[in-house]
Design a protein around this ligand. Structure first.
Ligand SMILES: N[C@@H](CCC[C@H](N)C(=O)O)C(=O)O
Length: 287
């Protein structure tokens, strides 16, 4: 089959965007993997699919597949690209769209400067409780919030703050992200028995109360140049640990994301959303 696609990026986190507003393509996980493959396909960290409104008060449905072909609940950098895409393609004339994802409704807003701000909804902390209570592991209090010990191979134990931004994150505070063992340790954290549905592993370096650096080993994609939900989760963790203020510029390898959280309500993420090119791809039909 031949499919039309748009290649986009948000702070270097790159996406293939597919339009299913006029009918489903019916792609299989293997076909998503092929599209994301950097040698045999287009290449992307995630595939984003635009579907029509699922009901009253919602403009679109937003479906996300990781490069490994698995469908996931949320993608922050993708949400900004999604908003840019539906506007540029004339699928809406609104500056603010309400979009249903697997983890709920989010609201991206196109700004006059070309960047996009997304109301990502509030962080969820319950994720941190259940498995640890079951194992009877004591949390460590650090700056008034709980982080949890995670035993890794070779006798290493790391402290992680575990929370959900619609998708799961385990965030570590590190002194220097450049020296953090993201590629060696990230896969271990992602697949740790503690996280039956796997997890995104974030490494946060606090520079001062409004500046941070971040690297993320993403579930189902490996280390990416930026992770939007990862930036939201890391800033929320940094605020709860007393290390960050309510508005933080997060420097990633692909660009800066501005994250705002008042300590209670939704997290707001602002950053770029850019179209790179468009094309057509021939992929084998599903068996
Ligand atoms: N790149 C993303 C997150 C994509 C999904 C993630 N890998 C997961 O499996 O939860 C972002 O910008 O948030």
């Amino acid at each position: 089959m031949r499919i039309r696609f748009t290649k986009m990026q948000g702070a270097g986190n790159d996406f293939v965007v597919l339009d299913e507003t006029r009918g489903r393509l019916g792609l299989t996980p293997a076909q998503y993997r092929l599209i994301a493959d950097r040698h045999f396909g287009v290449g992307a960290d995630q595939i984003l699919t635009v579907r029509p409104s699922p009901g009253a008060g919602i403009d679109f449905e937003y479906v996300i597949h990781n490069a490994d072909g698995g469908e996931v609940e949320q993608c922050g950098n993708g949400a900004r690209c999604f908003a840019r895409y539906v506007r540029d393609k004339g699928l809406t004339d609104r500056d603010v769209v309400r979009v249903r994802t697997l983890s709920g409704v989010i609201e991206p807003r196109l700004n006059a400067d070309g960047r996009v701000t997304v109301d990502m909804g509030p962080p969820v902390f319950e994720l941190a409780q259940v498995p640890f209570d079951a194992r009877g592991i004591e949390p460590a209090m650090e700056g008034g919030w709980e982080t949890w010990p995670l035993a890794l191979a070779g006798g290493t134990t790391v402290q992680v703050a575990v929370l959900s931004m619609g998708n799961p994150h385990a965030v570590q505070l590190v002194d220097d992200v450049d020296a953090a063992p993201v590629r060696e340790q990230g896969p271990q954290v992602e697949h740790h028995a503690r996280f039956p549905r796997r997890v995104n592993a974030g490494y946060l370096q606090v520079q001062d109360c409004s500046h941070a650096r971040l690297r993320v080993w993403e579930r189902g994609a490996g280390e990416t140049l930026a992770c939007g939900t990862g930036a939201c989760a890391a800033v929320v963790a940094g605020i709860r640990l007393g290390r960050l203020d309510a508005r933080v510029d997060v420097q990633t390898h692909g660009g800066v994301l501005t994250i705002e959280w008042d300590g209670r309500g939704p997290v707001f993420m602002t950053g770029p959303a850019v179209t790179v090119f468009e094309g057509e791809l021939e992929i084998p039909d599903a068996p």
